[in-house]
Write a protein that binds this ligand. Structure first.
Ligand code: IVH
Length: 679
């Protein structure tokens, strides 16, 4: 490169880095992945290193980054918030280099004992300084540029994990530093909710957390559950700080602050490498994103001896893992049909190494999300793969499209079975209507059909269905009734006795009710209650199959979406054939018998329940049976119309929603008490 070319490149890199730093720090809306920013940054650093005359005072390399929004009050940190040196080398050598540097600085020889380190996770969130005076939280501030941050006390107070008063400590000043983050499951739930509503989704948990904390209106945090981990100290007055970093974190933990439990104390480079590997292996299983681990010299006395270089402590280093977001090019857009018939546009990518594996497909979720993100074939996109979440395209890198590329269109026919594709009114998902016939939906259709509340075929579980489908033994539902003991006994882990039992269960299932049969067909939007209502209203399968939209709308609780779904299902000749063949296989019910009169009292009539999480003794079906027997209704989602949410352990977003809407929440004991009192 000529001198001029090098100068031009440096100027271009400065421009790009300024632009991206602004998107990242000020707008919380980055256009490129961090890894790409780091690459540009390092390129500029290298150019400046080789040609110091190109280093300008405003170069991004001369600043720690960050900016203060004019609207939040600036806070000057009493003790600057430093950054950590990053070891971008994701191999073991990252740890070896750090340990060697520390030993050199401390003038240790090979004869000296290994250095003791505190090893912890590098959380991918937003750094926060919490100031406690006399044990009371008085201020929370972002890092900003390290010297001056922003006052975000109003938002931080809404994070339940952050104590407003420390337990058993009332020293004059104690500043606690740590990371505000969002758990991955909470992030996915939040995005799923937004996606269902056809709204704009968030790029990743880190940006969501950072964006939420810096909002002027604390209401912006609603629906965005945040968490916190403490990892260090700022200004301290009147507290006798423990002699090691690990003991200090233990003390913070006793004061009521959350501290991560993966952290450990270890000796020398070997200990660091083991930690890096152990955490690397379980990175996907952690409930939150990390972008590396952090090693800190454990002794505070040694930390003081080591001191700082520019704005980074010599006693700490961040050792990275492969980035969870990368740039690549979209080579095509395919459509996949899921187990439930949902059509998902999938980007076929130029293979890229992201989050520790090579990714060549990434979901675009649905047509509306694809359009909102403006993804077209040939575009350069950001791909994210974190945890066990399927890789997704989070956005297009602007300005890289060359020439006209037509917009993607959803196929009108299912790419797997050719049945019509339908989108429900107001919904965002396109679906194949060939439920019983479509190969993509076979397993799901059979499992649903066999379910306890459908045809109740005992012993026909997932493992057997998998074998039946994969072995080509069963293609559609009627094939089930052709199964004999010999065929079944030939399956893996299937004893003669079990095969006989299954054949008997299949035989027994043939005698059923029209309501159960209709429900078993797995028509979208037709749950148990609707199926029963349809059976009662029409009295025969033929009348239901032939009912017009208008006639369907006459049925109690059947609206346009449900009516359209039933019509679309029976408009597919293959679905009708399957229903006919099932009847021919001997399935029967009393046509015209109606639903038997039920005279038991219905104390919960008109009450709607939502079940979430695992109850200590009742299965979901049991709980549903009890509620329905008492006249109550069980619904799948929480709304203002829900009367009670019954929550067990591991309850997730439904419980959050209930609390948000002020819906009464019961545990199992509460539900049983309600049922008793209603008797
Ligand atoms: S210690 C003097 N520990 O990484 C060292 N930082 O560049 C000060 N971070 O944005 C930081 N996890 O928010 C430390 N376990 C950890 C961390 C951590 C994440 C972030 C921190 C800051 C950046 C440091």
């Amino acid at each position: 490169m000529t001198e001029q070319k090098i100068a031009d490149r440096a100027a271009e890199l400065r421009r790009e880095l300024h632009h991206h730093a602004h998107r990242y720090y000020v707008l919380d809306d980055p256009e490129i992945p961090d890894a790409e920013y780091d690459r540009l940054f390092r390129e500029l650093q290298a150019l400046e290193e080789a040609h110091p005359e190109l280093r300008t005072p405003d170069s991004p390399t001369q600043r720690v980054g960050g900016a203060v929004l004019p609207s939040l009050t600036p806070v000057r940190h009493t003790v600057p918030m430093l950054s950590i040196r990053t070891e971008t080398d994701t191999e073991d050598s990252g740890a070896l280099n750090f340990d060697a540097r520390v030993r050199r600085e401390l003038r240790l020889t090979e004869a000296d004992a290994p250095v003791e380190y505190a090893a912890e996770l590098k959380f991918d969130g937003l750094a926060i300084n919490l100031r406690y005076e006399e044990g009371v939280l008085v201020q929370a501030a972002t890092r900003g540029d390290g010297e001056v941050g922003e006052d975000v006390t109003h938002n931080i107070r809404k994070i339940p994990q952050i104590p407003l008063r420390l337990h058993g400590v009332d020293v004059p000043v104690l500043e606690v530093r740590g990371e505000v983050y969002m758990r991955r499951d909470r992030f996915e739930q939040m995005n799923a909710r937004l996606r269902d509503k056809g709204e704009r989704t968030f790029v990743n948990p880190r940006n969501t957390a950072a964006g939420a904390v810096r909002q002027l209106d604390p209401a912006a945090l609603d629906g965005k559950p945040l968490n916190f981990f403490a990892y260090g100290l700022g200004d301290v007055q009147g507290w006798d700080v423990p002699a090691t970093h690990s003991a200090m974190l233990d003390a913070l933990h006793r004061m009521g602050l959350p501290v991560d439990k993966e952290r450990t104390v270890t000796q020398g480079a070997a200990g660091l490498i083991a930690f890096h590997q152990r955490i690397g292996a379980k990175r996907d299983a952690l409930p939150f994103d990390i972008d590396g681990v952090v090693y800190k010299v454990n002794s505070r006395a040694l930390q003081q001896r080591l001191g700082f270089v520019s704005r980074e402590p010599r006693w700490a280093v961040a050792h990275k893992y492969p980035a969870q977001e990368q740039m690549t090019v979209v080579n095509g857009i395919d459509v996949q049909v899921g187990r439930t018939g949902k059509l998902t546009p999938v980007a076929k990518l130029q293979p890229v190494f992201v989050g520790g594996t090579t990714v060549s497909n990434a979901t675009l979720h649905n047509l509306f999300e694809l359009r909102r993100k403006r993804v077209r074939v040939g575009d350069t996109v950001i791909v994210r793969r974190a945890g066990d979440v399927i890789p997704e395209v989070v956005g297009v890198v602007p300005g890289k499209r060359s020439g006209y590329v037509p917009n993607f269109r959803m196929p009108r026919q299912c790419p797997v079975c050719g049945s019509d594709v339908l989108r429900e009114k107001g919904g965002v998902d396109h679906r194949c209507t060939g439920g019983l016939f479509c190969a993509a939906q076979r397993k799901q259709a059979i499992l649903h059909f066999a379910g306890r509340r459908a045809m109740d075929i005992e012993g026909l579980g997932e493992k057997i269905v998998d074998q039946l489908i994969e072995g080509g033994i069963v293609r559609t539902l009627p094939d089930l009734y052709k199964l004999g003991v010999a065929k079944l006994a030939a399956l893996e882990r299937m004893a003669d006795k079990s095969a006989q039992n299954l054949v008997a269960a299949l035989d027994k299932s043939k005698r059923t009710t029209l309501g159960r049969f209709l429900y078993a067909l797995g028509i979208r939007q037709v749950g148990e209650t609707t199926a029963k209502d349809l059976a009662k209203h029409f009295g025969s399968l033929d009348r239901i199959m032939d009912a017009s939209l208008e006639q369907l709308l006459q049925v109690k609780d059947v609206g346009p979406v449900v009516a359209q779904s039933i019509r679309a299902f029976f408009d597919q000749p293959h679905n009708r054939e399957v229903a006919e063949q099932l009847r021919a296989a001997g399935i029967s019910w009393d046509e015209h018998a109606g639903v038997e009169a039920d005279t038991t009292p219905k104390p919960l009539a008109g009450k709607t329940f939502v079940l979430t999480g695992t109850l200590p003794t009742l299965s979901r079906d049991d709980a549903k049976d009890l509620i329905e027997a008492a006249g109550g209704k069980v619904s799948g989602s929480v709304s203002k119309k829900t009367h009670f949410v019954v929550a067990g352990s591991e309850a997730g977003s439904k419980l959050d929603k209930a609390n948000e809407l002020g819906v009464a929440v019961l545990d199992e004991a509460g539900l049983l008490a309600l049922l008793r009192s209603a008797e």
